[in-house]
Design a protein around this ligand. Structure first.
Ligand code: SME
Length: 159
């Protein structure tokens, strides 16, 4: 996978890598990562990680996040944009959430969403979820960058 040629993402990626590889706990690192992404990219208004529920293996459970609290702390596979990305094991971009039937609303301000699976050895371990208050802001550059970020997160999750 080629890292995006977007200069902002090229500058940001080493900071993400350094943060994920720091010696703090997994959740401290992920909380700092969510805050970094939210602060660094103006149209990333909510950034959060959902983990695979290791007991059911068919639910996502909210982990560290940056942004307003959400009621969606447990999401079954297949439900919402997060659940779709977990089942498909593919990045899902929703440019306009009003046109998406299978969508769980967190806030009336959210206009678009990108969800990137966190997978390791062919199995999904969670997803990275980003909401935007802008219309259709996510591009191939976001996808390439965030898929690289999720590859790093996957390594963190499997230790
Ligand atoms: N919108 C997501 C739910 C999580 S919130 O965005 C934080 C979804 O449809 O899965």
């Amino acid at each position: 996978m080629v890292l995006s040629s977007n200069p902002a993402f090229l500058r940001l990626f080493p900071r993400v890598k350094q943060l994920i590889e720091s010696t703090a706990s997994r959740d401290e690192n992920l909380a700092a990562l969510c805050a970094l992404l939210k602060d660094a990219v103006p149209y990333y208004n909510w950034v959060g990680v959902y983990f695979l529920d290791e007991h059911t293996k068919s639910d996502l459970v909210l982990g560290p996040f940056a942004g307003a609290p959400t009621e969606h702390i447990r999401i079954p596979f297949g439900i919402g944009v997060c659940g779709q990305a977990a089942v498909l094991q593919k990045t899902v971009i929703v440019p306009d959430v009003r046109k998406e039937q299978n969508y769980l609303s967190c806030s009336p301000f959210v206009k678009a969403e990108i969800v990137v699976p966190i997978s390791f050895a062919g199995a999904v371990r969670g997803v990275l979820d980003i909401d935007s208050h802008d219309c259709a802001p996510f591009t191939a550059a976001d996808r390439a960058f965030l898929e690289r970020v999720c590859a790093l997160i996957a390594r963190l999750l499997v230790g």
